[in-house]
Design a protein around this ligand. Structure first.
Ligand SMILES: [Zn+2]
Length: 86
């Protein structure tokens, strides 16, 4: 589960999606879970509200990278969720 902001220079704790942006990466890989049932591997990453205003995540990399919003690239294999509806 998400514990804090993904930005390594920030230590904001994850608090019930009250702010910031949640990123979801679906690797498309299926693996066997502890129950022996195939499970899709989905990763979640969160940027706090403060970080989300200036940076975003590049989910195309093997390990997600924090990048400035000005160099944001469209990533077809991922989607970005907003928490503003709660
Ligand atoms: Zn942050």
């Amino acid at each position: 589960m998400i514990a804090r902001c993904f930005n390594p220079t920030c230590a904001a704790p994850f608090q019930y999606l009250r702010g910031g942006k949640l990123f979801v990466r679906d690797s498309g890989n299926y693996g066997k879970g502890g129950t022996g049932v195939s499970q899709r591997h989905v990763e979640h990453f969160w940027l706090c509200g403060s970080c989300a205003r200036s940076v975003t995540l590049d989910l195309q990399a093997r390990k997600p990278q924090v990048i400035p919003l000005t160099t944001q690239r469209r990533s077809a294999g991922s989607r970005q969720l907003s928490d503003t509806r709660r």
